[in-house]
Ligand binder design. Structure first.
Ligand SMILES: Cc1cc2nc3c(=O)[nH]c(=O)nc-3n(C[C@H](O)[C@H](O)[C@H](O)COP(=O)(O)OP(=O)(O)OC[C@H]3O[C@@H](n4cnc5c(N)ncnc54)[C@H](O)[C@@H]3O)c2cc1C
Length: 423
């Protein structure tokens, strides 16, 4: 009887977990090497500890959330291992999930990310995968274009003709993701597309510490190429002011484009502005305010603004518009009214000073997708080497898309590595 093929997997995060189980189910002897003392450290902090498991859209809708080249690359794996297939793993083991109105899927309370990781750890263990914790890998051995195994930090070597690298990105390095994979992969000939922050908060040049903790709800945040410059990105949702700048879904949503632009030699930093009333046009709002001031001549500028921004931000917004809060209907200059409405529709929040890569939910950039076969996740540079998850040049928006990319590419890598090793 021939011996089962050996597959080594480096990195026990979202992609590595699914890859390990699939490789074991496909008949391989699997060793999963993880530098931490537990699996899925990043899953544990995902979705604020609740874990946004995936998204409820069709796989085509999910795919379209990624940039076109990323979506094309992900297509085969998204159809091989879908959101429903992943959820079935959880549901069949008793963990229930629910869909939020925006399509994001979470475990039903009180279950949370911890329960997801515990369940997935069991899922890997029950397939007979050998998990080696506290086993940081230091490099990959390659001879004549074929993988030979991996080198551990302690100097030992593990031999295998199939190795899957899923060491993730380099944000939140305390979770174990310190960009190790990119160093080895670059050494053995892979192109690493420049790493950039994505889904990250943004630090502003002029910080208003007293606004920290205040949120603007249901706004649209716009990023521009310099003051009055062309729009480079916008995102609807909530905006949170922090002690260093801005965060929340809108900030995360535009951060990748800002980080990409500001990484180049640009004449001026990107700037941000908030449309505080996106549902209404300038003209509509202007007409409504003018009527209000005519009907109620004692109405003040401050009272017009109050329904739309939190009380702590009323004075700052008026001051940005250059309008005194006690300006009344009877003496409201036409120019001032226009300025007030245009500030509500595009409140300048200032220059972006920095987008911290290490604070992002994902890192954009990584192994060039041109160098990986999307049908198998096998490297086109080194045979027997498979790559999956965030180590690849993939970064989706917030919404469960990034974990789905890790689950799906992990599945395909595990399957292909095990099957090719047994041929
Ligand atoms: C704060 C935060 C919240 C997030 N929330 C969500 C969410 O709700 N939904 C969503 O879809 N996505 C979310 N994400 C993104 C998501 O967590 C990642 O996209 C996903 O975990 C990537 O999976 P991965 O397997 O590629 O990498 P990871 O899950 O990061 O796993 C990589 C593993 O490799 C190990 N490793 C690294 N180097 C070595 C080495 N040298 N030797 C051995 N092991 C090594 C690491 O310790 C780690 O366990 C969030 C991310 C963050 C930071």
């Amino acid at each position: 009887m021939s011996k089962a093929p050996e597959v080594l997997i480096v990195g026990g995060g979202a992609a590595g977990i699914i890859a390990a189980r699939r490789a074991a189910d496909s008949g391989a002897r699997v060793t999963l090497l993880e530098k931490n003392e537990r699996l899925g450290m990043k899953i544990l902090i995902s979705g604020g500890g609740k874990c946004n498991l995936t998204h409820a859209g069709s796989m085509e809708e999910i795919r379209r959330q990624f940039r076109p080249n990323e979506g094309r690359f992900l297509k085969p794996s998204f159809y091989r291992f879908t959101n429903h297939q992943f959820l079935e793993i959880l549901h069949s083991r008793g963990l229930r999930s629910y869909v939020r109105p925006d399509g994001r899927i979470f475990p039903v309370d009180p279950a949370n990310a911890k329960d997801v990781v515990a369940l997935l750890t069991e899922y890997v263990e029950e397939a007979g995968v050998r998990i080696r914790y506290k086993s940081p890998v230091a490099g990959i051995d390659v001879t004549n274009g074929a993988v030979q195994g991996v080198r551990l930090d302690d100097g030992t070597t593990l031999r295998a003709s199939r190795v899957i690298v899923c060491t993730g990105g380099s944000s939140f390095p305390a979770t174990g993701t310190t960009g190790d994979g990119w160093r080895w992969l670059s050494d053995i000939g892979h192109t690493i597309v420049p790493l950039r922050a994505a889904l990250a908060p943004m630090y502003l040049a002029d910080v208003h510490a007293d606004w920290s903790g205040v949120a603007l709800r249901d706004v649209v945040l716009r990023a521009r190429a310099g003051r009055e410059g062309k729009e480079i990105a916008h995102w609807p949702g909530d905006l949170l002011f922090t002690h260093k700048g801005v965060s929340g879904p809108t900030a995360l949503g535009v951060s990748r484009e800002v980080a990409e632009r500001d990484a180049g030699a640009v004449p001026s930093p990107s700037t941000l502005e908030a449309d505080t009333i996106p549902a209404r046009s300038f003209e509509d709002l202007h007409a409504a305010f003018r009527k209000e001031l005519t009907d109620n001549p004692r109405r003040t500028a401050a009272s017009l603004v109050t329904p739309y921004v939190p009380s702590r931000l009323v004075d700052p917004l008026l001051s940005a518009a250059g309008v005194a809060g006690d300006t009344r209907g009877s003496q409201f200059p036409a120019k001032a009214l226009k300025k007030l409405v245009s500030t509500l529709k595009g409140w300048p929040l200032g220059d972006v000073r920095h987008v911290p890569l290490e604070r992002g939910e994902v890192v954009a950039g990584g192994v060039s997708l041109d160098e990986v076969d999307p049908q198998t996740m096998q490297s086109k540079i080194v045979s027997g080497l498979y790559l999956c998850g965030e180590v690849l040049d993939i970064a989706g928006p917030v919404g469960g898309y990034n974990l789905q990319a890790a689950w799906s590419t992990g599945y395909v890598a595990g399957d292909a590595a095990a099957k090719s090793a047994s041929q």
